[in-house]
Design a protein around this ligand. Structure first.
Ligand SMILES: NC(=O)c1ccc[n+]([C@@H]2O[C@H](COP(=O)([O-])OP(=O)(O)OC[C@H]3O[C@@H](n4cnc5c(N)ncnc54)[C@H](O)[C@@H]3O)[C@@H](O)[C@H]2O)c1
Length: 353
């Protein structure tokens, strides 16, 4: 294969048009946009004209063009069928989160891509945020000591709207937890490792649509650390700072506005001596504060380039479909906990083993 991956986009009118095409595929060093398809023909024509791409009138027509990979950015209930269609046509796939609606669907998609010999990747682009990568490096170097507690918040204002697919579990798979919690859970897994059990509460606090507008999940990790993720569709955009907090026995990393679509937030590390002893006065004067502000990386461009590189080199991508499956397992356990009121152990074994 040549040095550029030829891309098709399914669902060109949403996040694809807002972010992934202009910030990801177009500027990427190893990508070229060939063809777009959206069920909304008018929007699809506009996108094809904006980016000088061919336009297809169906996914089948898109798959007949000369492309290597497809980016799927449609509502969650369409992901499984569309990934299977792309796999049958021998195309590599970057699927938006969530990886289908259920664990079963995620497994089906992974098996179909494996059998077809194509690579399936998950669009957890927040992993590529430069400040998240800097925080991960500090954790891996042991600078926070033993990991103790984390929090990832992603909330917004999402009032009832006609046709809003996230507001109905039949099309969104769930509400604020499924939609935004997936990113938070994935980030916490990247920082803290495998999740062993969860407990979760969900609610419709303000908006009375069928999906939840409020969710708080508590995660317990195999290494003993705990974390919470909180996702609300009923907190005004400016009132949620999408905080990220990572604590360990030697310090913390505290951030605002990194858990979002942008490339730069505020992040500070507080690092203390390995054992500062007990301070009865709790004066808190000894910690060193360090601003973490590396050169920003556009997360959409990074996800396109890293997946493209994996295709060109014939290897698995850094995020990969297993991250999508793990996310589905944790989300399913959260919803089961919310329904039953129980703490749910996560079953990591492959089915039938
Ligand atoms: N990673 C991120 O930053 C991010 C942000 C937003 C959304 N997303 C994900 O992207 C996906 C789409 O979300 P969105 O916000 O763009 O939704 P959206 O509703 O804004 O856009 C979805 C697009 O898909 C099109 N569509 C619907 N049915 C289709 C079909 N059968 N075939 C082809 N196109 C069809 C719609 O016309 C629309 O243009 C979801 O999986 C969502 O979770 C990711």
């Amino acid at each position: 294969m040549s040095g550029k991956v030829k891309w098709g986009v399914v669902g060109s009118g949403g996040i694809a048009r807002r972010r992934t095409i202009p910030e990801g595929i177009i500027p990427a060093d190893n990508a070229v946009l060939v063809v777009v398809y959206d069920i909304n023909g008018e929007v699809n024509t506009e996108v094809s004209q904006e980016y000088h791409a061919q336009k297809a009138d169906s996914i089948e027509e898109l798959l007949k063009t000369d492309i290597d990979a497809v980016y799927i950015a449609t509502p969650a209930n369409l992901h499984c069928e569309q990934v299977l269609t792309c796999a049958r046509a021998g195309k590599h796939v970057l699927c938006e989160k969530p990886l289908g609606m259920t664990v079963d669907e995620a497994e089906k998609m992974i098996t179909a891509c494996k059998n077809a010999g194509v690579i399936l990747d998950m669009a957890f682009m927040m992993r590529f945020h430069a400040q998240h990568q800097a925080a991960l490096k500090m954790i891996q170097e042991g600078r926070l000591g033993e990991l103790t507690y984390g929090r990832a918040q992603l909330s917004c204002w999402y009032p009832p709207m006609e046709g809003a697919w996230r507001q109905d579990p039949a099309t969104g798979g769930g509400g604020s937890l499924m939609d935004m919690g997936g990113h938070c859970i994935d980030l916490m897994e990247m920082f803290f490792g495998k999740i062993a059990k969860v407990s979760c509460l969900i609610n419709n606090t303000v908006h009375k649509y069928p999906s939840e507008d409020s969710a708080v999940a508590t995660l317990s990790f195999e290494n003993g650390a705990l974390a919470t993720v909180d996702n609300f569709f009923c907190i005004p955009d400016n009132s949620s700072k999408n905080v990220l907090e990572l604590y360990g026995s030697h310090g913390s990393i505290l951030a605002k506005n990194t858990v979002n679509q942008g490339d730069r937030g505020e992040m500070v590390a507080c690092l203390e001596a390995a054992d500062s002893g007990y301070n009865a006065q709790q004066t808190r004067a000894d910690a060193q504060e360090m601003v973490i502000d590396p050169e920003p990386v556009n997360t959409y461009r990074a996800e396109i380039e890293q997946f493209g590189q994996a295709i060109l080199e014939g290897r698995q991508p850094s995020c990969g479909s297993q991250a999508g499956l793990r996310s589905q397992k944790v989300l399913a356990a959260c919803y089961e906990s919310a329904k039953t009121g129980r703490v749910i152990d996560i079953c990591w074994k492959k089915r039938g083993h």
